[in-house]
Design a protein around this ligand. Sequence first.
Ligand SMILES: Cc1ncc(COP(=O)(O)O)c(C=O)c1O
Ligand SMILES: N[C@@H](CCOP(=O)(O)O)C(=O)O
Length: 463
Amino acid sequence: MHYLSTRGGIAPIGFADAVMMGLATDGGLLVPAEIPQLDAATLRAWSGLSFQDLALEVLTPFVGDEIPRADLRALIDRSYATFTHPEVTPVIKTGGQRILELFHGPTAAFKDVALQLLGNLFAYLLARDGSQLNIVGATSGDTGSAAIYGVRGKERIQIFILHPKGRVSPIQERQMTTVLDANVHNIAVQGTFDDAQRVVKSLFNDLPFKSAYRLGAVNSINWARILAQTVYYFYAWGRVSGGDPAQPVSFSVPTGNFGDVFAGYLARRMGLPIERLVIATNRNDILTRFVKTGVYAIEDRVHQTLSPAMDIQLASNFERYLYHLHDGDTAQVRALLGDLQDTGRLSVDPARHAQVQADFSAAAVSDPETLDQIRATFASSGYILCPHTAVGVRAAQDLPGCVCLATAHPAKFGEAVREAIGQEAPPPPSLLGLLEKESRCVELDATPEAIKGHLQSVLEVPT
Ligand SMILES: Cc1ncc(COP(=O)(O)O)c(C=O)c1O
Ligand SMILES: N[C@@H](CCOP(=O)(O)O)C(=O)O
Protein backbone atom coordinates (compact mmCIF):
# COMPACT_ATOMS: atom_id res chain seq x y z
CA MET A 1 0.00 0.00 0.00
CA HIS A 2 1.23 3.47 -0.87
CA TYR A 3 0.24 6.83 0.49
CA LEU A 4 -0.20 10.12 -1.35
CA SER A 5 -0.88 13.68 -0.30
CA THR A 6 -4.27 15.34 -0.73
CA ARG A 7 -2.35 18.21 -2.33
CA GLY A 8 -0.47 16.08 -4.83
CA GLY A 9 3.02 17.21 -3.80
CA ILE A 10 4.76 14.05 -2.66
CA ALA A 11 5.93 10.85 -4.31
CA PRO A 12 4.14 7.71 -3.05
CA ILE A 13 5.46 6.48 0.32
CA GLY A 14 4.89 3.35 2.40
CA PHE A 15 3.00 2.92 5.67
CA ALA A 16 5.93 3.42 8.05
CA ASP A 17 7.00 6.62 6.31
CA ALA A 18 3.41 7.87 6.34
CA VAL A 19 3.15 7.28 10.10
CA MET A 20 6.44 9.07 10.70
CA MET A 21 5.66 11.95 8.32
CA GLY A 22 2.35 12.82 10.03
CA LEU A 23 1.43 15.89 8.02
CA ALA A 24 2.52 15.51 4.39
CA THR A 25 5.54 17.65 3.59
CA ASP A 26 3.52 19.62 1.01
CA GLY A 27 1.10 20.71 3.77
CA GLY A 28 -1.58 18.19 2.77
CA LEU A 29 -2.82 15.05 4.48
CA LEU A 30 -1.73 11.54 3.64
CA VAL A 31 -4.28 9.18 2.12
CA PRO A 32 -3.97 5.61 0.83
CA ALA A 33 -3.49 5.35 -2.93
CA GLU A 34 -6.44 2.96 -3.04
CA ILE A 35 -9.09 1.81 -0.60
CA PRO A 36 -9.23 -1.96 -0.08
CA GLN A 37 -12.60 -3.46 -1.05
CA LEU A 38 -14.25 -6.16 1.06
CA ASP A 39 -16.73 -8.70 -0.21
CA ALA A 40 -19.76 -10.07 1.65
CA ALA A 41 -17.96 -13.28 2.64
CA THR A 42 -15.16 -11.32 4.30
CA LEU A 43 -17.59 -9.10 6.18
CA ARG A 44 -19.42 -12.16 7.41
CA ALA A 45 -16.19 -13.82 8.50
CA TRP A 46 -14.95 -10.71 10.28
CA SER A 47 -18.18 -10.15 12.16
CA GLY A 48 -17.45 -12.82 14.75
CA LEU A 49 -13.87 -11.80 15.47
CA SER A 50 -12.57 -10.39 18.74
CA PHE A 51 -11.60 -6.71 18.62
CA GLN A 52 -7.90 -7.63 18.44
CA ASP A 53 -8.35 -10.19 15.66
CA LEU A 54 -10.47 -7.73 13.74
CA ALA A 55 -7.91 -4.96 14.16
CA LEU A 56 -5.28 -7.24 12.64
CA GLU A 57 -7.47 -7.91 9.59
CA VAL A 58 -8.52 -4.28 9.09
CA LEU A 59 -4.98 -2.93 9.47
CA THR A 60 -3.16 -5.53 7.36
CA PRO A 61 -3.97 -4.25 3.84
CA PHE A 62 -3.02 -0.70 4.87
CA VAL A 63 0.25 -1.76 6.49
CA GLY A 64 1.22 -4.07 3.64
CA ASP A 65 4.36 -6.09 4.21
CA GLU A 66 6.12 -3.35 6.17
CA ILE A 67 5.45 -4.96 9.54
CA PRO A 68 5.50 -8.76 9.85
CA ARG A 69 2.07 -10.12 10.78
CA ALA A 70 3.29 -11.57 14.09
CA ASP A 71 4.80 -8.21 15.09
CA LEU A 72 1.62 -6.36 14.14
CA ARG A 73 -0.39 -8.84 16.17
CA ALA A 74 1.89 -8.28 19.18
CA LEU A 75 1.55 -4.48 18.84
CA ILE A 76 -2.24 -4.80 18.75
CA ASP A 77 -2.35 -7.14 21.76
CA ARG A 78 -0.10 -4.87 23.82
CA SER A 79 -2.16 -1.80 22.89
CA TYR A 80 -5.53 -3.21 23.92
CA ALA A 81 -4.29 -5.00 27.03
CA THR A 82 -4.56 -1.59 28.73
CA PHE A 83 -8.34 -1.49 28.22
CA THR A 84 -10.55 -2.44 31.15
CA HIS A 85 -13.38 -3.99 29.13
CA PRO A 86 -12.77 -7.48 27.66
CA GLU A 87 -14.47 -6.44 24.41
CA VAL A 88 -12.38 -3.22 24.21
CA THR A 89 -15.24 -1.27 22.55
CA PRO A 90 -18.53 -2.90 23.60
CA VAL A 91 -21.92 -1.98 22.14
CA ILE A 92 -24.57 -1.70 24.82
CA LYS A 93 -28.28 -1.12 24.59
CA THR A 94 -29.87 1.39 26.88
CA GLY A 95 -33.45 2.57 26.50
CA GLY A 96 -34.01 2.76 22.76
CA GLN A 97 -30.36 3.56 22.02
CA ARG A 98 -27.34 1.55 21.06
CA ILE A 99 -24.17 3.02 22.53
CA LEU A 100 -20.70 2.12 21.30
CA GLU A 101 -18.59 2.65 24.42
CA LEU A 102 -15.19 3.88 23.37
CA PHE A 103 -13.98 5.03 26.77
CA HIS A 104 -12.54 1.92 28.41
CA GLY A 105 -8.91 2.86 27.75
CA PRO A 106 -6.41 4.47 30.13
CA THR A 107 -7.68 8.06 29.69
CA ALA A 108 -11.39 7.27 29.34
CA ALA A 109 -11.93 8.67 25.85
CA PHE A 110 -12.12 7.22 22.34
CA LYS A 111 -8.68 8.61 21.53
CA ASP A 112 -7.10 5.76 23.47
CA VAL A 113 -8.20 3.27 20.81
CA ALA A 114 -5.85 4.84 18.28
CA LEU A 115 -3.24 6.37 20.54
CA GLN A 116 -2.37 3.28 22.53
CA LEU A 117 -1.62 1.64 19.18
CA LEU A 118 0.17 4.65 17.71
CA GLY A 119 2.43 4.93 20.78
CA ASN A 120 3.48 1.29 20.41
CA LEU A 121 3.82 1.66 16.65
CA PHE A 122 6.12 4.65 17.04
CA ALA A 123 8.25 2.78 19.60
CA TYR A 124 8.48 -0.25 17.29
CA LEU A 125 9.45 1.72 14.18
CA LEU A 126 11.95 3.90 16.06
CA ALA A 127 13.64 0.90 17.66
CA ARG A 128 13.85 -0.75 14.26
CA ASP A 129 15.71 2.11 12.62
CA GLY A 130 17.42 3.44 15.76
CA SER A 131 16.01 6.97 15.51
CA GLN A 132 14.25 9.47 17.79
CA LEU A 133 10.95 11.35 17.51
CA ASN A 134 9.74 14.59 19.04
CA ILE A 135 5.98 14.62 18.98
CA VAL A 136 4.13 17.93 18.84
CA GLY A 137 0.34 17.86 19.19
CA ALA A 138 -2.64 20.08 19.90
CA THR A 139 -5.59 19.13 22.03
CA SER A 140 -9.01 20.42 22.91
CA GLY A 141 -8.96 18.00 25.82
CA ASP A 142 -8.78 14.31 25.00
CA THR A 143 -6.09 13.72 22.37
CA GLY A 144 -3.52 15.27 24.71
CA SER A 145 -3.84 12.85 27.60
CA ALA A 146 -4.41 9.83 25.33
CA ALA A 147 -1.23 10.67 23.38
CA ILE A 148 0.71 11.25 26.59
CA TYR A 149 -0.43 7.90 28.00
CA GLY A 150 0.44 6.29 24.68
CA VAL A 151 4.11 7.34 24.85
CA ARG A 152 4.91 8.21 28.48
CA GLY A 153 8.23 6.78 29.56
CA LYS A 154 8.99 5.39 26.09
CA GLU A 155 12.58 5.54 24.94
CA ARG A 156 13.41 7.63 21.86
CA ILE A 157 10.24 9.76 22.20
CA GLN A 158 9.61 13.23 23.64
CA ILE A 159 6.08 14.63 23.55
CA PHE A 160 4.94 18.27 23.59
CA ILE A 161 1.19 18.87 23.92
CA LEU A 162 -0.46 22.28 23.48
CA HIS A 163 -3.85 22.84 25.08
CA PRO A 164 -5.95 26.02 25.13
CA LYS A 165 -5.67 27.38 28.67
CA GLY A 166 -8.97 27.29 30.55
CA ARG A 167 -10.86 25.66 27.70
CA VAL A 168 -10.49 22.00 28.67
CA SER A 169 -12.30 20.43 31.62
CA PRO A 170 -10.41 20.41 34.97
CA ILE A 171 -10.09 16.61 34.85
CA GLN A 172 -8.81 16.68 31.28
CA GLU A 173 -6.23 19.29 32.23
CA ARG A 174 -5.01 17.27 35.21
CA GLN A 175 -4.90 14.04 33.19
CA MET A 176 -2.23 15.69 31.08
CA THR A 177 -0.31 17.79 33.54
CA THR A 178 -0.01 15.19 36.30
CA VAL A 179 2.05 12.90 34.10
CA LEU A 180 5.54 13.71 35.31
CA ASP A 181 7.60 11.36 33.12
CA ALA A 182 10.69 13.16 31.85
CA ASN A 183 9.63 12.78 28.20
CA VAL A 184 6.28 14.58 28.69
CA HIS A 185 5.96 18.35 28.19
CA ASN A 186 2.64 20.16 28.62
CA ILE A 187 2.10 23.66 27.26
CA ALA A 188 -0.97 25.81 28.00
CA VAL A 189 -1.52 28.45 25.32
CA GLN A 190 -3.79 31.47 25.21
CA GLY A 191 -6.58 31.19 22.64
CA THR A 192 -8.61 28.34 21.23
CA PHE A 193 -7.86 24.82 20.03
CA ASP A 194 -7.83 26.19 16.46
CA ASP A 195 -4.98 28.54 17.47
CA ALA A 196 -3.03 25.63 18.96
CA GLN A 197 -3.65 23.43 15.92
CA ARG A 198 -2.55 26.25 13.59
CA VAL A 199 0.77 26.57 15.46
CA VAL A 200 1.37 22.82 15.34
CA LYS A 201 0.69 22.73 11.60
CA SER A 202 2.98 25.69 11.03
CA LEU A 203 5.81 23.84 12.81
CA PHE A 204 5.22 20.82 10.58
CA ASN A 205 5.18 23.06 7.51
CA ASP A 206 8.57 24.52 8.46
CA LEU A 207 10.38 21.64 6.77
CA PRO A 208 13.94 22.45 7.89
CA PHE A 209 12.72 22.67 11.51
CA LYS A 210 10.56 19.56 11.17
CA SER A 211 13.46 17.58 9.81
CA ALA A 212 16.14 18.94 12.18
CA TYR A 213 13.94 18.29 15.22
CA ARG A 214 12.38 15.08 13.88
CA LEU A 215 8.82 16.20 14.56
CA GLY A 216 6.06 13.61 14.69
CA ALA A 217 2.25 13.92 14.85
CA VAL A 218 -0.30 12.34 17.14
CA ASN A 219 -3.31 14.31 15.99
CA SER A 220 -5.66 12.78 13.47
CA ILE A 221 -3.61 14.34 10.69
CA ASN A 222 -1.61 11.13 11.25
CA TRP A 223 -3.08 8.42 9.02
CA ALA A 224 -2.58 5.72 11.67
CA ARG A 225 -5.10 7.54 13.90
CA ILE A 226 -7.84 7.25 11.28
CA LEU A 227 -7.01 3.68 10.46
CA ALA A 228 -7.12 2.48 14.07
CA GLN A 229 -10.46 4.22 14.62
CA THR A 230 -11.97 2.44 11.61
CA VAL A 231 -11.79 -0.88 13.47
CA TYR A 232 -14.61 -0.13 15.91
CA TYR A 233 -17.10 0.61 13.13
CA PHE A 234 -16.50 -2.92 11.83
CA TYR A 235 -16.69 -4.30 15.35
CA ALA A 236 -19.98 -2.55 16.15
CA TRP A 237 -21.53 -3.53 12.84
CA GLY A 238 -20.65 -7.19 13.49
CA ARG A 239 -22.21 -7.11 16.94
CA VAL A 240 -25.39 -5.35 15.81
CA SER A 241 -26.03 -7.00 12.44
CA GLY A 242 -24.97 -10.49 13.45
CA GLY A 243 -22.74 -10.47 10.38
CA ASP A 244 -25.52 -10.25 7.80
CA PRO A 245 -24.21 -8.04 4.95
CA ALA A 246 -27.83 -7.19 4.07
CA GLN A 247 -28.22 -5.47 7.47
CA PRO A 248 -26.84 -1.94 7.30
CA VAL A 249 -26.31 -0.01 10.52
CA SER A 250 -26.35 3.77 11.09
CA PHE A 251 -23.82 5.59 13.26
CA SER A 252 -24.01 8.96 14.98
CA VAL A 253 -20.62 10.53 15.60
CA PRO A 254 -19.93 13.53 17.86
CA THR A 255 -17.66 15.57 15.61
CA GLY A 256 -14.97 18.23 15.92
CA ASN A 257 -11.83 17.60 13.90
CA PHE A 258 -13.70 15.18 11.58
CA GLY A 259 -11.30 12.30 12.31
CA ASP A 260 -13.73 9.91 13.93
CA VAL A 261 -16.49 10.33 11.38
CA PHE A 262 -13.95 10.15 8.57
CA ALA A 263 -12.91 6.75 9.94
CA GLY A 264 -16.57 5.70 9.54
CA TYR A 265 -16.59 7.07 6.00
CA LEU A 266 -13.47 5.01 5.25
CA ALA A 267 -15.13 1.88 6.65
CA ARG A 268 -18.11 2.46 4.38
CA ARG A 269 -15.84 3.04 1.37
CA MET A 270 -14.25 -0.34 2.18
CA GLY A 271 -17.68 -1.94 1.91
CA LEU A 272 -19.04 -1.89 5.46
CA PRO A 273 -22.85 -1.64 5.21
CA ILE A 274 -23.42 1.72 6.88
CA GLU A 275 -26.80 3.29 6.28
CA ARG A 276 -26.60 6.82 7.70
CA LEU A 277 -23.43 8.39 9.02
CA VAL A 278 -24.46 11.33 11.20
CA ILE A 279 -22.15 14.26 11.81
CA ALA A 280 -23.22 15.54 15.23
CA THR A 281 -21.81 18.96 16.08
CA ASN A 282 -22.33 21.38 18.93
CA ARG A 283 -22.80 25.14 18.46
CA ASN A 284 -19.56 25.10 16.44
CA ASP A 285 -21.50 23.84 13.47
CA ILE A 286 -19.36 24.53 10.40
CA LEU A 287 -19.61 20.88 9.29
CA THR A 288 -23.37 20.71 9.79
CA ARG A 289 -23.80 23.88 7.77
CA PHE A 290 -21.58 22.40 5.06
CA VAL A 291 -23.73 19.28 4.77
CA LYS A 292 -26.89 21.37 4.61
CA THR A 293 -25.66 24.07 2.20
CA GLY A 294 -22.52 22.86 0.42
CA VAL A 295 -20.69 25.91 1.78
CA TYR A 296 -17.92 25.58 4.36
CA ALA A 297 -17.78 29.03 5.94
CA ILE A 298 -15.68 30.00 8.94
CA GLU A 299 -17.43 32.04 11.63
CA ASP A 300 -15.79 34.92 13.42
CA ARG A 301 -15.11 32.92 16.59
CA VAL A 302 -15.13 29.54 18.25
CA HIS A 303 -17.94 29.19 20.81
CA GLN A 304 -17.26 27.70 24.23
CA THR A 305 -19.76 24.91 24.87
CA LEU A 306 -20.52 22.11 27.31
CA SER A 307 -18.82 19.69 24.89
CA PRO A 308 -15.44 21.47 24.84
CA ALA A 309 -13.47 18.79 22.98
CA MET A 310 -15.61 19.66 19.94
CA ASP A 311 -15.09 23.42 20.15
CA ILE A 312 -13.33 23.45 16.79
CA GLN A 313 -13.93 25.28 13.52
CA LEU A 314 -11.15 24.16 11.25
CA ALA A 315 -11.68 20.43 11.07
CA SER A 316 -8.36 19.07 9.87
CA ASN A 317 -9.65 15.84 8.29
CA PHE A 318 -12.15 17.72 6.18
CA GLU A 319 -9.35 17.98 3.62
CA ARG A 320 -9.26 14.18 3.34
CA TYR A 321 -12.97 14.17 2.58
CA LEU A 322 -12.61 16.95 -0.01
CA TYR A 323 -9.99 14.81 -1.72
CA HIS A 324 -12.33 11.81 -1.98
CA LEU A 325 -15.32 13.98 -2.88
CA HIS A 326 -13.30 15.25 -5.85
CA ASP A 327 -12.16 11.73 -6.83
CA GLY A 328 -8.55 12.40 -5.89
CA ASP A 329 -8.25 15.57 -7.99
CA THR A 330 -5.53 17.32 -6.00
CA ALA A 331 -5.68 20.49 -8.12
CA GLN A 332 -9.31 20.96 -7.11
CA VAL A 333 -8.45 20.35 -3.46
CA ARG A 334 -5.72 23.00 -3.65
CA ALA A 335 -8.08 25.45 -5.35
CA LEU A 336 -10.77 24.96 -2.70
CA LEU A 337 -8.28 25.35 0.13
CA GLY A 338 -7.02 28.50 -1.57
CA ASP A 339 -10.59 29.86 -1.51
CA LEU A 340 -10.85 29.01 2.17
CA GLN A 341 -7.58 30.74 2.96
CA ASP A 342 -8.40 33.86 0.93
CA THR A 343 -12.08 34.31 1.74
CA GLY A 344 -12.83 32.17 4.82
CA ARG A 345 -15.20 29.96 2.80
CA LEU A 346 -15.29 27.32 0.13
CA SER A 347 -18.20 25.76 -1.71
CA VAL A 348 -18.79 22.63 -3.73
CA ASP A 349 -20.88 22.35 -6.89
CA PRO A 350 -24.50 21.07 -6.75
CA ALA A 351 -23.64 17.53 -7.91
CA ARG A 352 -20.98 17.21 -5.23
CA HIS A 353 -23.28 18.73 -2.66
CA ALA A 354 -25.77 15.98 -3.45
CA GLN A 355 -22.98 13.46 -2.91
CA VAL A 356 -22.16 15.06 0.48
CA GLN A 357 -25.79 14.62 1.49
CA ALA A 358 -25.67 11.00 0.39
CA ASP A 359 -22.50 10.47 2.42
CA PHE A 360 -23.61 12.21 5.63
CA SER A 361 -26.54 13.45 7.65
CA ALA A 362 -25.80 16.28 10.07
CA ALA A 363 -27.29 18.06 13.04
CA ALA A 364 -26.09 20.79 15.39
CA VAL A 365 -27.09 20.40 19.02
CA SER A 366 -27.20 23.36 21.43
CA ASP A 367 -26.05 23.31 25.06
CA PRO A 368 -29.65 23.29 26.41
CA GLU A 369 -30.43 20.33 24.13
CA THR A 370 -27.27 18.58 25.31
CA LEU A 371 -28.31 18.96 28.95
CA ASP A 372 -31.82 17.88 28.10
CA GLN A 373 -30.50 14.73 26.41
CA ILE A 374 -28.29 13.81 29.38
CA ARG A 375 -31.36 14.29 31.60
CA ALA A 376 -33.73 12.31 29.35
CA THR A 377 -31.38 9.35 28.93
CA PHE A 378 -30.69 9.25 32.65
CA ALA A 379 -34.40 9.45 33.47
CA SER A 380 -35.33 6.67 31.07
CA SER A 381 -32.48 4.24 31.72
CA GLY A 382 -30.18 5.50 34.50
CA TYR A 383 -27.34 5.67 31.96
CA ILE A 384 -25.14 8.78 32.12
CA LEU A 385 -23.94 10.29 28.85
CA CYS A 386 -20.94 12.59 28.56
CA PRO A 387 -21.91 15.89 26.89
CA HIS A 388 -20.19 14.93 23.60
CA THR A 389 -22.00 11.63 23.49
CA ALA A 390 -25.24 13.42 24.32
CA VAL A 391 -24.73 15.58 21.22
CA GLY A 392 -24.50 12.39 19.15
CA VAL A 393 -27.51 10.78 20.78
CA ARG A 394 -29.62 13.89 20.28
CA ALA A 395 -28.57 14.19 16.64
CA ALA A 396 -29.76 10.60 16.08
CA GLN A 397 -33.12 10.98 17.81
CA ASP A 398 -35.01 10.25 14.59
CA LEU A 399 -32.90 7.23 13.65
CA PRO A 400 -34.09 4.21 15.62
CA GLY A 401 -31.43 1.55 16.09
CA CYS A 402 -28.63 3.98 15.30
CA VAL A 403 -25.32 3.22 17.04
CA CYS A 404 -24.20 6.35 18.93
CA LEU A 405 -20.50 6.63 19.60
CA ALA A 406 -19.82 7.30 23.30
CA THR A 407 -16.58 9.21 22.88
CA ALA A 408 -15.73 9.92 26.52
CA HIS A 409 -16.58 8.78 30.03
CA PRO A 410 -19.09 11.15 31.66
CA ALA A 411 -16.89 11.54 34.76
CA LYS A 412 -14.51 13.66 32.68
CA PHE A 413 -17.18 16.36 32.44
CA GLY A 414 -18.48 16.60 35.99
CA GLU A 415 -19.85 20.13 35.81
CA ALA A 416 -22.02 19.58 32.74
CA VAL A 417 -23.31 16.27 34.04
CA ARG A 418 -24.11 17.78 37.46
CA GLU A 419 -25.92 20.66 35.78
CA ALA A 420 -28.04 18.16 33.87
CA ILE A 421 -28.89 15.56 36.50
CA GLY A 422 -27.76 17.01 39.83
CA GLN A 423 -24.98 14.45 40.34
CA GLU A 424 -21.70 13.45 38.76
CA ALA A 425 -20.93 10.09 37.19
CA PRO A 426 -18.88 7.73 39.38
CA PRO A 427 -15.31 7.99 38.05
CA PRO A 428 -13.38 4.97 36.80
CA PRO A 429 -10.23 4.25 38.85
CA SER A 430 -8.03 5.99 36.25
CA LEU A 431 -9.67 9.35 37.02
CA LEU A 432 -9.44 9.16 40.80
CA GLY A 433 -7.24 11.51 42.82
CA LEU A 434 -6.09 13.60 39.86
CA LEU A 435 -6.88 16.94 41.47
CA GLU A 436 -4.56 16.22 44.41
CA LYS A 437 -1.57 15.10 42.37
CA GLU A 438 1.52 17.18 41.57
CA SER A 439 1.35 18.71 38.11
CA ARG A 440 3.70 20.32 35.58
CA CYS A 441 2.89 22.69 32.72
CA VAL A 442 4.33 25.82 31.14
CA GLU A 443 2.32 28.72 29.71
CA LEU A 444 3.31 30.13 26.34
CA ASP A 445 1.90 32.33 23.60
CA ALA A 446 0.17 30.51 20.77
CA THR A 447 2.83 31.49 18.25
CA PRO A 448 5.20 29.29 16.25
CA GLU A 449 8.15 31.32 17.58
CA ALA A 450 7.23 30.74 21.24
CA ILE A 451 6.70 27.01 20.75
CA LYS A 452 9.82 26.56 18.65
CA GLY A 453 11.87 28.41 21.26
CA HIS A 454 10.51 26.11 23.96
CA LEU A 455 11.26 22.96 21.98
CA GLN A 456 14.77 24.21 21.29
CA SER A 457 15.40 24.94 24.95
CA VAL A 458 14.11 21.55 26.11
CA LEU A 459 15.78 19.52 23.38
CA GLU A 460 18.92 21.71 23.34
CA VAL A 461 20.30 20.12 20.20
CA PRO A 462 18.37 18.27 17.52
CA THR A 463 18.19 14.62 18.53
C1 LIG B 1 -14.99 13.38 23.73
C2 LIG B 1 -14.84 13.76 22.28
N1 LIG B 1 -15.86 13.58 21.46
C3 LIG B 1 -15.78 13.90 20.17
C4 LIG B 1 -14.64 14.48 19.62
C5 LIG B 1 -14.63 14.80 18.17
O1 LIG B 1 -13.88 13.87 17.44
P1 LIG B 1 -13.19 14.29 16.07
O2 LIG B 1 -12.27 15.41 16.38
O3 LIG B 1 -12.48 13.08 15.61
O4 LIG B 1 -14.27 14.73 15.19
C6 LIG B 1 -13.54 14.70 20.46
C7 LIG B 1 -12.27 15.30 19.98
O5 LIG B 1 -11.76 15.04 18.99
C8 LIG B 1 -13.63 14.31 21.81
O6 LIG B 1 -12.58 14.45 22.62
N1 LIG C 1 -11.05 16.87 20.22
C1 LIG C 1 -9.67 16.67 20.03
C2 LIG C 1 -9.05 17.66 19.12
C3 LIG C 1 -7.88 17.10 18.40
O1 LIG C 1 -8.35 16.17 17.50
P1 LIG C 1 -7.52 15.05 16.80
O2 LIG C 1 -8.48 13.92 16.73
O3 LIG C 1 -7.13 15.59 15.48
O4 LIG C 1 -6.32 14.72 17.62
C4 LIG C 1 -8.98 16.58 21.38
O5 LIG C 1 -9.59 16.05 22.28
O6 LIG C 1 -7.88 17.03 21.56
